[in-house]
Write a protein that binds this ligand. Structure first.
Ligand code: NAD
Ligand code: RBV
Length: 481
């Protein structure tokens, strides 16, 4: 590991490569570049200390440097142990546009140590605003405060062995160590100081909503995922691009002709199914929601239960954001060399523990992020990225153009939270908000020119006739796109 100006990365010598790719990416990220230009004379994030937990990729580097150019100071880590692009981390560390703690192939212990460092600012209580992807940083702070209150009440410390969940063991280990070191108010003070969080992904938003419902959420939150220009672009078209990218880089398998099973036909599943269909595969969808199941059927996909296609499927992809989707006993019944991968945020969609502990199982590493598991009868399956999101584990995640849409929303959310830092009128702690539609339309507008798209304008008569303002918003909030 290279340690220096507040960074822990794999290899600083990769910085030139990272910078070259970043320069190319910026041309593909017109939304972010437009914000840099719009606010160049009055940087709206001036004075803000931003902590970020989001895949440390080239696209994220462009997000970091946009926030930096808008006046923020940043500390960053990845939100997945396999998703960092080491040359992106090196470019940021070299330019010192953020303190970076991330490398590809972290252990779980390293991952949570990086999260701790990203949240711990020298000489103050913590960050002013947070960018989170999946909610791990938010979780650490809230769990931390919970145990601080317990400790204050009766001196008890969290016990990492009290749970079988390997991630939670690390969370509890870190919280315990901080308490033992006398940092008994760290997380509470951090939460009090924090002006808010903007959350990137479906699963992170689900976590925030649950905490809010239970009255446990301590932060003002902006749900970036539900911006139309995020959810209906990144989740759909991003995955449409990066699922086949991950599959091909990992296995180079011929997708045409194969039976591909997509579990979950939400936004991500829709993009995945489209990509597989376009490759000439026969797509089968597994769904629990009758509306999504009917949508899948109307798109021409077969809709089946997993059990019905276990022995015929060639490629199985989970995209549900739920847990326990493909279990070890399912994998045991699959064809020889069936490929199993997940593109949902967390690694609990595929039962990796069950597979690792399957009686007589023989795991064999083929290459980075590709493992073959052989069952006692001699047949095996190929698992991608150990069940973690394969588009970022086996490939480089979504491409720049679509991430420009997502990240322009992220920057707008950060500007909002910072602008409203001294007031509780617009945003209140414990609640989750979405950005107004006019900003969503602005983000889309910023991306049209580089695709040579010509936008038609409404006449005043037409605008009156359909009852919308001539310059938008063009749809009601409930419109589904
Ligand atoms: P979504 O809610 O739109 O879709 C999930 C779908 O899964 C729903 O239609 C739901 O009915 C279905 N589902 C739930 N449980 C199921 C089960 N047991 N069997 C079959 N189907 C089931 O969510 P989304 O926006 O599509 O996101 C899915 C996941 O992907 C989330 O974890 C999200 O955070 C993640 N995500 C990943 C990337 C990436 O780059 N890898 C990008 C965007 C989102
Ligand atoms: N995602 N980021 C990238 N290239 O940086 N690719 C995908 C990238 C994000 C995407 O927004 C999704 O919601 C989230 O990763 C899931 O962790």
């Amino acid at each position: 590991m290279v340690e220096g100006y507040e960074c822990e990365i794999k290899d600083m010598s990769l910085h030139e490569f990272g910078r070259k790719e970043l320069d190319i990416a910026q041309v593909e990220m017109p939304g972010l570049m437009a914000l840099r230009d719009e606010f160049k004379d009055a940087p709206p994030l001036k004075g803000a200390k931003i902590s970020g937990s989001l895949h440390m990729t080239i696209q994220t580097a462009a997000l970091i440097e946009t926030c930096h150019s808008l006046g923020a100071e940043l500390r960053w880590c990845s939100c997945n142990i396999y998703s960092t692009q080491d040359h992106a981390a090196a470019a940021i560390a070299k330019a010192q546009t953020a303190a970076v703690f991330a490398w590809k192939n972290e252990s779980l212990e390293e991952y949570w140590e990086c999260t701790l460092k990203m949240l711990t600012w020298p000489d103050c209580d913590g960050p002013d605003i947070l960018i989170d992807d999946g909610g791990d940083a938010t979780l650490l702070m809230h769990e931390g405060e919970k145990y601080e209150l317990e400790f204050e009440k009766n001196g008890t410390l969290p016990d990492p062995q009290s749970t079988n969940n390997r991630e939670m063991q690390q969370v509890l280990r870190i919280i315990r160590r901080e308490l033992e070191n006398g940092n008994t108010k760290k997380w509470g003070k951090m939460l009090n100081n924090l002006k808010g969080v903007s959350e990137e992904t479906t699963t992170g938003v689900a976590r925030l909503d649950q905490m809010s419902l239970k009255g446990e959420l301590r932060l003002k939150c902006i749900n970036v995922n539900d911006c139309v220009t995020k959810q209906k672009f990144d989740n759909v078209y991003g995955c449409r691009h990066s699922l086949p990218d991950g599959l091909m880089r990992a296995t180079d398998v011929m997708i045409a002709g194969k039976q591909v099973v997509i579990c979950g036909f939400g936004d991500v599943g829709k993009g995945c199914a489209q990509a597989m269909k376009a490759q000439g595969s026969r797509v089968v969808v597994v769904e629990v929601d009758p509306i999504c199941a009917l949508q899948a059927a109307m798109e021409g996909y077969e809709v089946k239960r997993l059990e019905s296609i276990l022995t015929t499927g060639d490629i199985f992809i989970t995209a549900t954001g739920n847990k326990g989707i493909i279990m070890a006993h399912h994998m045991a019944q699959m064809k020889n060399n069936a490929i199993v991968g997940n593109i949902g945020h967390f690694d609990n969609e595929i039962d990796m523990d069950g597979l690792d502990n399957y009686p007589g199982i023989k795991p064999m590493n083929v290459k980075e992020q590709v493992d073959r598991y052989e069952f006692p009868d001699g047949h095996g399956i190929i698992v991608l990225a150990q069940g973690r999101l394969l588009n970022l584990g086996c490939a480089t995640g979504h491409p720049s153009f679509v991430m420009s849409c997502s990240f322009t929303n992220q920057v707008l959310a950060q500007i909002e939270l910072w602008k409203e830092k001294d007031s509780d009128e617009k945003y209140q702690r414990g609640k989750v908000y979405v950005l107004p539609k006019h900003l969503d339309e602005k983000v889309a507008r910023l991306h049209l020119a580089s695709l040579n798209a010509e936008l038609t304008e409404l006449s005043t008569e037409q605008a009156d006739y359909i009852c919308v303002p001539q310059a938008g918003p063009f749809k009601k909030d409930a419109y589904r796109y």
